[in-house]
Design a protein. Sequence first.
Length: 320
Amino acid sequence: MEVIVTLSLTIASFIVSQDVYAGDDETKYHNKLSISVDLVSEHYEVNKIDFLLKNYDFHEINKKYTTTLGRDSDPKLESDISKTTLLLRKLGWSFITAPGLRLWTKILYPKSTISHFDVEGAVAFTIDDGFCGLDNSEGCMLEEVRELLNEYDAHATFFIAGTHCQNTPIHEVNSLIEDGNEIANHNMMDWKYDKYSVEDFEFDLLLSKNILTSYNQKYSKWYRAPFGTLSDNIEDVIDKHGMIHVLPDAFAHDTYIPDPNWIAKHILKKVKPGSIILIHMPEKGVREWNYEAIELTLKGLKAKKLKVLNLSEIDALKSK
């Protein structure tokens, strides 16, 4: 039976990839992919996300661009770097961000990239690299983060890496969405996409989209490039699909500086009404300090009497 399931997955994946590279439009791509998933799932109880992660062309494309994952180049534990290195990193980031990330975004990115909203009394909270890496099958902390957001009556937009969905139960993500949070596209991999061709980037983006549509939420227009690194090809594709690139203006480089107290203090120092905050998703044994950083930041935002919303909520507030 296992051999038959594997063969079915391979055949269905091949059918999908042929449609993509034949130049068919997005609608046909999604229809064909949906049909393939449904056919296999109906007979063999195959999880849709597992199926999508086995896509043949996805793995072939990855071979062309493989590089070190962000999670593998950053500290995983607070003890991974010395106190001296930690201090130097804090000083460096404080110096770089002294002019403000809003200014850097305006200088370095196209006008279509947003880093804040023109609203009063509220901020947007975003969490990157949800939910849990492939290499950390027992590390998911989504339930803990969800409970923390509920405790502070806060909502967040989770930018999801497609490969980070396998180790998180679908019902936990749906509960997160039901609580008022949302999920958005952060591509499939935790690496830069600026070297990708238009065709390969679009394939990756749409594969990630199909994973996100496994959950009980309408697909979001928000997009964040991994590492905040754009290229002309990326811009062309996200413009084609009506997506909006979002960067933070309150960010403490939390993957690089493992100190939750400093992270929260830096964010709270930089935050303004309309700010977009970013903290990366904590996992057990990987960036786990960010759980405390999220808690301290939410506590500080409450003291400032700032409502904590997801991107769609604050965007709707702006439109009123």
